[in-house]
Design a binder for this molecule. Sequence first.
Ligand SMILES: [Zn+2]
Length: 282
Amino acid sequence: MNLQQLIFTENACYKAGVLISPKGIVFHSTGANNPWLKRYVGPDDGKLGHNRYGNHWNQPMSRRVCVHAFIGKLADGSIATYQTLPWTMRGWHAGGTANDTHISFEVCEDGLADPEYFAQVYAEAVQFGAYLCQRFGLDPLKDGVILGHNEAHIRGMASNHADPEHWMRRHGTSMNDYRNDVNELLKPTRIESEEERMDREIAERIEAAAGRLEDATARLETLAGATPKPAPAPTPKPSKTVLELAREVLAGKWGNGADRKRRLQAAGYDAAAVQAMVNKLV
Ligand SMILES: [Zn+2]
C-alpha cells in the first residue's frame, strides 16, 4: 500500500469538525471515468499532478461531499491511497446514518473495463481495508462492519447508489470477496515448521530428479532413433483472472514454491504475474 496524506482542510466537512468513533468502513467508487487522483485530491503535492480545472475537493463546494480517502492513479500512473480526512472525523459520503459510524473511501473509476487497473486498485483497497481494521480493531467479517455503498443503502444507512459492486461484478468479484481478502491479510502469517521445510525440500528434489530423468529418457530415445513423443495436449485456455488465482494461492489451493509455479504453468497461467499479485495482497 502506498498511503499518502493530504487533508481536505478547506472542505466544509473538515471545517464542521464533527468526530466519530469508527465502527466500520464503507467502500465507494466514484461513478465517473477518471482514474486520476488529482481530479479529487489537491492541490498538487508534486506526486498528484496539476488539476487544470481546479475542481478537486479540498475547497468550499456547492455539494456537501467528503470522504476519508481516495484510491487512484498518481501523475506517474502508479497507484496510491490518499487520506483526505482524519479517520475519526465524520465524513459526508453516505447520505445517511453510515456517516455517523463508518470511515469511507472512494476508488477512482476508469471506464470499468480494464482488468489490470481494477486488479491494482482492488489490491490497494484490500491492504487499506486491513490497515483500517487493524488500527480500529474492526472485524472485517462481522456483519455490517465493511459495506459497499450499495449494501449500506439496502440497510437503510445510505442513499441509493450502485457503487462499488456494479464495477466489481464486471471483474468477477464482490464485497464478500473483499471482506474475505481483508480478513486473509489480517491472519498472522504461519511460519513453516522444520519438519514441513524438510518435506518441502525433499519433494522439490524428487521433482527435479524426475525432470532430469525425463530429459535423459528423451535424449536416449532420440539417440535410439525412436519416434519422438507426440506433442503434449494443448494447454487448456486459462479462465481465471490473476486476482482470482492470487486469492486461491493465498487460500493454499496451489501449493507452494516450485510446485505452485509448475501447477500454475501446467494449467496455462502466468505464474510470475500471479506471484506479483500475491505479493501485492500480502
Ligand atoms: Zn458511493
